[in-house]
Design a protein around this ligand. Sequence first.
Ligand code: HEC
Length: 104
Amino acid sequence: MVKSLLLLVALLAVWLPGGPLAGGARAAEAGAGLAGACQGCHGAAGAGGQGMPALAGRHGAAELVALLQGFRGNTLPATVMGRIARGYTEAEIAALAAFYARRD
Ligand code: HEC
C-alpha cells in the first residue's frame, strides 16, 4: 500500500505538467552534481559492476525515485542504500533520478 502510494507520487512528479520533474533537463543537471557521491560504488557512468547494480539505462526516472524512496523509508531491503538515501531530500532524489534516467 505505502509502496504503491510512493510509486503513484513518483509517477505524478514525473508526468504532471508543472510537476517537480517537468523540467527534466534542469533536474538532470542538478543530479549530475549530486551523482558524484554515487560513482564510487555504481561506477563513473552508473554502469555498476563488481556486485553493484547498474543505475544507467535500467530504470526510468519514476522507478528510480520509487527505489530511492523505498530505501529511504525502509520498505526496500538494503545493506547501505537505506542509510545513503536518507541523506537526500525529495528534490535531490528527483534530480538524481532524472540524471540516471537519461544516461545509457
Ligand atoms: C557504498 C556504496 C554505494 C553508494 C555510495 C551508493 N550506492 Fe546505490 N546501491 C549500493 C548497493 C550495495 C545496492 C544494492 C542495495 C543495497 O544492498 O543497499 C545499491 C542499490 C541502488 C539502487 C537500486 C538499483 C536496483 O536496480 O535495484 C539505486 C537506485 C541506487 N543504489 C542509487 C544510488 C544513488 C542515486 C547513489 C548516490 C546518491 C548511490 N546509490 C550510492 C551501493 C551504493
